[in-house]
Design a protein around this ligand. Structure first.
Ligand code: ATP
Length: 317
């Protein structure tokens, strides 16, 4: 099979240099970003065959999004939408230690996914479909597409993973919890931040009680659950097993993108049959490495980076 298929919106990303608000920012780089594309890159870097499906505009930034993902070895199914532009995000550091992300994506090509777009994917050819909670927030048709993809994957015997990835700014007029909960209930593997786990389950569990959050997530339906806790690490549960992993201390440059790096490494290891503890540990290393690079995905780990990280500090073994 062809490994993992994911779908969602990838955008051009303008990343400001240095510390400056957008009022005064003088220089920036043009990169690309978007959670599902980031995960596809993370998977590819770790040797997993990954396919990304999404819409881009008939414009230079759309060609850039598709081209950069292709350049990383992702199998790209980019549907060119002539009726809307490629979305854009701006990431800058208005003050040291604080990252600001601004989106210009309302009505974008990437938000116009429709269930018919899924005709381009043969789910029986993939071991895993990966979705995030961003897609159902983009538009009514994108939401239908996310649910339709789960249905097609399940019918084809393709497992489904779901990273809640709550983006509050994409839910200005709607309570995200019921939608994200109903999607989570349909998947095999659910991955959530501690706050996201509490939100979608309605669990009264404390944020510092990951075992209870994992149990609440699995009560929704998934056979496997992961709770990410930023600098506090991560926990996971599958079968009768629960594992906890501390974060690795690293010189943090920018934590945006760490969650996607973590998810990619976790899925890569689980697809390879790794035990839960090993998958979470590798994922935490990949997340830590991502924190040491200012870009969303440019600094994502390759196997040699994981090995170097381990070799650098014997205590980590
Ligand atoms: P994102 O900002 O990409 O959406 P997220 O909220 O989905 O991130 P986090 O929990 O912040 O995900 O990060 C995922 C994993 O990366 C953590 O579980 C941890 O292992 C690692 N990580 C995150 N932040 C740090 C940090 N400051 N130091 C070390 N490791 C970190």
């Amino acid at each position: 099979t062809r490994g993992v298929v994911t779908l969602g919106e990838s955008m051009a990303l303008i990343r400001g240099d240095g510390v400056a608000g957008l009022e005064h920012l003088a220089t920036a780089r043009i990169e690309t970003g978007g959670a599902e594309g980031n995960v596809a890159v993370g998977l590819t870097r770790l040797g997993v065959d990954a396919t990304w499906l999404g819409r881009v505009g008939d414009d230079a930034l759309g060609r850039r999004v598709a081209g950069e993902l292709r350049g990383e070895g992702v199998r790209v199914v980019a549907i060119v939408d002539t009726a809307a532009p490629t979305g854009l995000m701006i990431k800058n550091t208005p003050h040291a230690g604080r990252t600001a992300v601004t989106y210009y994506r309302a009505g974008s090509a990437g938000s116009r996914l429709t269930p018919a777009d899924l005709d381009r994917i043969d789910f029986a050819q993939h071991a895993l479909l990966h979705l995030t909670g961003i897609t159902p927030a983009l538009s009514a048709s994108a939401r239908e597409t996310a649910f339709a993809a789960v249905e097609l994957a399940r019918a084809a015997g393709c497992a489904v993973s779901f990273d809640v990835n709550l983006r509050a700014s994409l839910w200005p007029a709607e309570d995200p919890a019921p939608v994200l909960r109903s999607l989570a209930a349909l998947v095999d593997i659910v991955i959530a931040g501690d706050d996201e786990a509490r939100l979608i389950t309605g669990s009264p569990a404390a944020l510092d009680d990951p075992a209870a959050l994992l149990e609440a997530l699995r009560d929704l339906g998934p056979r496997e659950a992961v709770v990410k806790r930023g600098p506090l690490g991560a926990s996971a549960s599958a079968g009768g097993e629960v594992v906890h992993q501390a974060a690795f201390a690293v010189p943090v440059v920018d934590t945006v993108g760490a969650g996607d790096a973590f998810t990619a490494a976790y899925l890569a290891r689980r697809l390879a049959g790794a035990p839960l503890a090993e998958a979470v540990r590798t994922a935490a290393i990949a997340g830590a490495i991502a924190c040491t690079h200012p870009s969303d995905w440019l600094g994502y780990a390759r196997p040699s980076d994981l090995a170097a990280f381990d070799a650098a500090d014997p205590v980590r073994r």
